[in-house]
Design a protein around this ligand. Sequence first.
Ligand SMILES: Nc1ncnc2c1ncn2[C@@H]1O[C@H](COP(=O)(O)OP(=O)(O)OP(=O)(O)O)[C@@H](O)[C@H]1O
Ligand SMILES: [Mg+2]
Length: 365
Amino acid sequence: MMDDKLKSLQTMFETVLNTSKKLEKSYSELKKKFEILEGKLERNRKYLENILKSIDSGVCAVDLEGRITTFNRKATQVFGVKEDDVKGKHFGEVFAIEEIKDVTADGIVGFFKGGKKVNLDIKGEEKILDISASLVLEEDKESGAVVVFSDITQVEKLKEESAKREKLAIIGQMAASIAHDIKNPLASIELLVPLLDDGTKKDIVENIMVSIKRINNIINNTLLFTKTINYTPEKIDTSELVDEVKLELMTQIRDVEFKEKIERFEFVSDKNLLKSALVNVLSNAFDAAQNTVELRVYKNKRVVFEVVDDGEGIKDLDRVFEPFYTSKKNGTGLGLAIVKEAVDVLNGKIEVKTSDNGTVFRIVL
Ligand SMILES: Nc1ncnc2c1ncn2[C@@H]1O[C@H](COP(=O)(O)OP(=O)(O)OP(=O)(O)O)[C@@H](O)[C@H]1O
Ligand SMILES: [Mg+2]
């Protein structure tokens, strides 16, 4: 009797043992499977992360309330922040867009519907972003939104620039044809005006001649600015060059003392281009000078021209070479634009040093 009981107990125990062994086996199989799956999941996560990292667009995911959950590498570069700095913050706050501060994911998607170009002030720098957004669905339920954007600042700037350039080209053509039409009658006036002087009208005649020279200068600048400049080299003697430059500036060398320090030598360059560059720089110096303008010409390894004035200096150094930038009532703002172009064609360079006590323009060929 006792034996029977013991036996059946033993069988039961063995069954339990077997079952538990099986259980253990299937548990470890399950664990293995789980580990494989987890590995896959981790690989997928890494894969997604890498895609997000290498993508050239900014990607920013937000939760239902519009709080940032993912900010990819490009996004951190555009905004100059770390992902951890913006995670958890509201999208509208990070992007500093007033209209969508505190709106939900839905609101964000609605705001950028169909893509939008926005100008943002990012740490004091103006950037233009092209932004679009879509909802993220999880099993047919909204779980947030993903915002994708590209930094198109450069592209937009280039577009703007080329539009400006086109406009300039048209204005240029117009100006050139007007200038050309004025040139001939002006030449006749220049010839005839001195004949008006019967000995009593010297001052008037001189005044008219100064004005004519000025108009001539404007016309020459306009024509030079609008035509393509060619380089025609010739042998140039520094003294002769300076004499010719002075002749063109005669009407401007007035109550200002003009000092010259000219080394005499010969070199090869385009005389007309060089002359127009020097005339324009000197003419500015005469306009600016308090008492003296100095022209220095010398040679180290290269040929150097320096124009020094004792004026009040240049106010907006960044802009002086821009066409049409002028601070003068009667200026065209083309002088230095032409100088720059001429020096470029001459394969030289131009440097400017300016302070409250004066300005030095140095052209090095
Ligand atoms: N030596 C200088 N000292 C101070 N400011 C200068 C000097 N040279 C140039 N500038 C500044 O740069 C601006 C642009 O010069 P630019 O020669 O291009 O045009 P402009 O002299 O105004 O006109 P234009 O040459 O047609 O007479 C000037 O209006 C002036 O404000
Ligand atoms: Mg000028």
